[in-house]
Design a protein around this ligand. Structure first.
Ligand code: HEM
Length: 154
């Protein structure tokens, strides 16, 4: 009689290179107990990260007409969105590292550098009723650059 084979669920690798586990901790596979819950937490923070982009970019888009007339201002949502991006981005780095998921440190460094410029400009000028056309445009361009860096840099 042949040996019975037990079906052991296998870990799979997602397109982003992450190991999507079964939650079982097996030696040598880099899986941790509870990794399913951690994956949910990571996805929740990606969702919050995207809400941050919506606030920052959305605020910019509402001011585009005014920007053409030189009367645009950094609306509060842009500052809150930029802060949300920073906080959720840092949390995402921590959660991914805790799970030993690979992260592209150069890509994240570039996103962080551009976001610091955005945050600095929006923070300093947050109470100004009118912001110079070019400065306002730079914030929009850097935000869009960060979005394309996030999705195209693989
Ligand atoms: C305006 C600034 C930013 C934009 C527009 C942006 C955009 C995005 C987008 C669209 C995603 C989901 C797609 C993906 O997984 O690649 C993402 C994921 C992520 N972002 Fe950002 N991000 C910004 C700033 C930051 C900052 C400052 C950090 C860290 C300090 C950060 C860290 C991360 C991490 C760790 C992930 C998920 C891991 C991964 O790359 O798969 N982001 N970001």
């Amino acid at each position: 009689m042949g040996r019975m084979r037990t079906a052991v669920p296998r870990a799979t690798r997602t397109s982003a290179g992450r190991v999507r586990g079964t939650g079982r901790c097996r030696r040598g596979e880099g899986l941790r107990l509870g990794s399913g819950l951690m994956d949910v937490l990571i996805h929740l923070f990606v969702g919050l990260h995207i809400i941050g982009i919506a606030a920052l970019l959305g605020g910019f888009l509402t001011q585009m007409k005014a920007m053409g007339q030189g009367t645009a201002r950094f609306v509060p949502g842009m500052l809150h969105g930029a802060l949300t991006m920073l906080v959720t981005g840092v949390v995402l780095v921590g959660l991914n590292q805790a799970q030993d998921y690979p992260l592209d440190n150069i890509k994240i460094g570039v996103k962080l550098a551009l976001l610091i410029v955005i945050l600095g400009l929006v923070y300093v000028k947050r109470d100004d009723e009118k912001v110079d056309k070019s400065m306002f445009g730079v914030v929009g361009l850097l935000t869009m650059a960060n979005i394309f860096i996030a999705v195209l840099w693989t």
